[in-house]
Design a protein. Structure first.
Length: 152
């Protein structure tokens, strides 16, 4: 009996220890591991299908994601869509960057924004450095990251 309890406790410790290390899954159900994001600036963009400025900034975020491997662009659906609904919304908007299925707000200490779009810049140490409200451009985001001491 002691052996079973010990194995159970060890298994739970391993599982719970790993929970902090990842960011859940993306719109395709693939794990988003912390190792993939460590050492990179994060651009975390909250969007919704009904938000016109969100739709307009998608091509800019796509461009940033495809041209700057040192910057990770992550989307978060404001309406908390999951699974197939999330995948369909991502496809409908033409989003080519990763979209998190789980909101990282608690992890990053973010309050729910009353407006969209909203974008957070997170430095290579995991510290939220900036909250940007409204439509963003790839060049504007890169300029702001550089001003904050980031990506060259």
């Amino acid at each position: 009996m002691k052996r079973i309890i010990t194995l159970t406790v060890l298994s739970l410790a391993v599982l719970l220890g790993g929970c902090d290390a990842d960011w859940g899954v993306d719109q395709h159900g693939r794990p988003v591991a912390s190792d993939d994001l460590d050492g990179r600036w994060l651009v975390i963009n909250y969007w919704a299908e009904w938000c016109a400025p969100c739709r307009t900034e998608v091509p800019e975020l796509n461009r940033l994601a495809s041209t700057r491997p040192d910057v990770a662009v992550l989307g978060v659906n404001f309406d908390e869509l999951r699974g197939e609904q999330l995948a369909q919304a991502v496809e409908a908007l033409g989003i080519r960057f990763r979209v998190l299925s789980e909101d990282p707000a608690e992890r990053l200490g973010l309050e729910r924004s009353p407006v969209l779009p909203v974008t957070y810049l997170v430095d290579t140490q995991g510290k939220v450095r900036e909250r940007l409200v409204g439509e963003q451009s790839a060049d504007g985001l890169l300029a702001r990251i550089e001003q904050l001491g980031g990506a060259d």
